[in-house]
Design a protein around this ligand. Structure first.
Ligand SMILES: [Zn+2]
Length: 66
């Protein structure tokens, strides 16, 4: 079995298949030094999993090049 991750920078040239996920990070305000939770939206890349000997149709071209 093999899992291929599809990083946004490599695989999302003309269409993006990533999911937007909101995460909360602790960020320090550079002016006040106050720590606050900040909402950041991250792009989470998709992945394709192949089981042994599996063949898939319509695999993204960027994956084949990687
Ligand atoms: Zn993307």
């Amino acid at each position: 079995m093999q899992v291929f991750h599809l990083p946004h920078e490599v695989c999302c040239r003309d269409r993006c298949a990533c999911a937007d996920v909101a995460v909360f990070v602790a960020a320090e305000n550079p002016r006040t030094g106050e720590r606050a939770r900040k909402r950041v939206v991250k792009r989470v890349p998709g992945s394709i999993t192949f089981v042994a000997r599996e063949r898939k149709e319509n695999v993204p071209a960027a994956l084949l090049e990687s």
